[in-house]
Design a protein around this ligand. Structure first.
Ligand SMILES: NC(=O)c1ccc[n+]([C@@H]2O[C@H](COP(=O)([O-])OP(=O)(O)OC[C@H]3O[C@@H](n4cnc5c(N)ncnc54)[C@H](O)[C@@H]3O)[C@@H](O)[C@H]2O)c1
Length: 425
């Protein structure tokens, strides 16, 4: 383990050139974020600001980190999941002078140690995916919150918890809900999670999806993406839900809808995408077919109750990378992928660069927005703040341009027509 006091801790610095090539590949597919880098590396509006970030260390995240640095910020970084750090990317960032504490396969203690090291810079801004950094400040170092202008949060689970904190009057500084931007939630969570979760399942199992009963728990943004892509590969998709409207959408999209108790008996592959704990528990494992494959793509590893699976088992062994075979006491085998952590990040590379381009453009613009408020002396309440519609439309407009699509514009007459309450048939 390389460790230069106070600067970085990564697995192996000699992986840096491999990581650099991957970062360059991502840069070539992230035109919106690269345009922001080009623009703001000249004016450096982030100069004098210190950003602590806690987000999966992937090649796309590296493009974000280096864009924040190019715009003048001092950055310190850790991964937001013990299994999602790509060591070659962490090495490339460390070699480029980024303060980073991240390696694949961290223990929970090492995970929090890394977050705490990023706080040594006493940040003015935080950038989270799952809110672990914000929680660490609030729970362990609340005195640091007075230096913080605001934060940004990348994912659904983080935003839900921050809203709960704000409602309870416990949030100490404002946080922008990057997740809820249309150009994030409706693209990254749907198309990104859809493609990369299937990618993770295939890398860990190499099974044929065609003809399999593929059970998706949760038909929200991520679940919808997984269902859509599994169906595209010929799987028979089954959806389980708790929300009537989401279940109805799944049914009208052509999928079978049933309870997990029913699905457990017939599923070949299960993926949880709910953001809620205990979606697959002991009584479901007891009903599963011999050979069933189980994985999760929600933020935390609590959607599948692994201690209960362990309890039902008489042995386990790793049969492939990110694939553990549990032999139950009755002889059936159940395969758990990526230890129940996000399968797309732990067993594959996370979302494709093209979709992270929009998510991270939102992250960059939101950090910049917080800094602009600070520069103009605007004090925000400690609440969860939405992304403005103009930011969404601007990012989508640039993205479309880079894809060489042009769209129509509303005419003056059409604009007037929309507001005309006197017109009818
Ligand atoms: N893997 C990734 O890279 C990635 C990317 C984005 C988001 N996420 C995470 O994925 C999770 C889901 O995010 P989302 O944006 O799809 O949220 P969402 O709110 O759009 O969807 C979640 C759905 O799960 C349903 N649900 C809740 N409890 C359930 C249960 N017990 N059984 C069945 N369905 C249930 C809800 O009704 C809802 O429809 C979150 O934890 C989020 O942070 C992961």
């Amino acid at each position: 383990m390389d460790y230069k006091s106070g600067k970085y801790k990564v697995k192996d610095l000699s992986l840096a050139s491999e990581g650099r090539k991957k970062i360059e590949w991502a840069e070539s597919r992230m035109p919106v974020l690269m345009a922001l880098r080009e623009k703001y590396s000249k004016t450096k509006p982030l100069k004098g600001y210190k950003i602590a970030g806690c987000l999966h260390v992937t090649k796309e995240t590296a493009v974000l980190v280096e864009t924040l640095k190019a715009a003048g910020a001092q950055v310190s970084w850790s991964g937001c999941n013990p299994l999602s750090t790509q060591d070659e990317i962490a090495a490339a960032l460390a070699k480029n002078g980024i303060e980073i504490y991240a390696w694949h396969g961290q223990s929970v203690k090492e995970f929090y140690w890394s977050i705490e090291r990023t706080l040594d810079i006493k940040p003015n801004l935080t950038l989270d995916d799952g809110a672990d950094l914000i929680f660490t400040i609030h729970n362990k170092f609340p005195h640091l919150a007075k230096n913080v202008i605001g934060g940004t949060e990348e994912t659904t689970t983080g935003v839900h918890r921050l809203r709960a904190m704000a409602e309870a009057g416990k949030l100490l500084y404002p946080v922008i809900a990057v997740n809820d931007a249309e150009t994030k939630w409706d693209f990254d969570n749907v198309y990104g999670t859809g493609q990369s979760s299937i990618d993770g399942i295939l890398r860990a199992t190499s099974v044929l999806l065609a003809g399999k009963n593929f059970v998706v728990a949760g038909y929200g943004h991520c679940g919808k993406g997984c269902a859509m892509r599994a169906a595209g590969l010929g799987a028979n998709v089954i959806v389980t839900e708790v929300k009537p409207t989401a279940a109805l959408k799944a049914a009208l999209d052509g999928f079978r809808v049933m309870t997990m108790d029913e699905a457990a008996k017939i599923g070949d592959i299960f993926i949880t995408a709910t953001g809620v704990k205990d979606v697959i528990v002991e009584r479901h494992f007891k009903k599963m077919k011999d050979g069933a494959i189980v994985c999760n793509t929600g933020h935390y590893d609590c959607e599948i109750n692994i201690p209960q699976l362990e309890k039902l088992s008489k042995g386990k062994r790793t049969v492939r990378a990110n694939n553990e075979e549990y032999t139950l006491k009755d002889g059936r085998k159940i395969y758990l992928l990526a230890k129940g952590r996000l399968v797309n990040l732990a067993a594959a590379e996370g979302h494709p660069s093209e979709v992270m381009d929009m998510s991270f453009a939102n992250q960059f613009m939101s950090q910049l927005r917080l800094i602009n408020y600070d520069k103009h002396g605007i004090l925000l309440n400690p609440e969860v703040i939405e992304i403005p519609e103009e930011q969404d439309q601007e990012i989508a407009r640039i993205k479309l341009q880079t894809m060489s699509y042009t769209i129509d514009k509303l005419t003056k007459e059409q604009l007037a027509y929309i507001k005309d309450y006197s017109a009818g048939t």
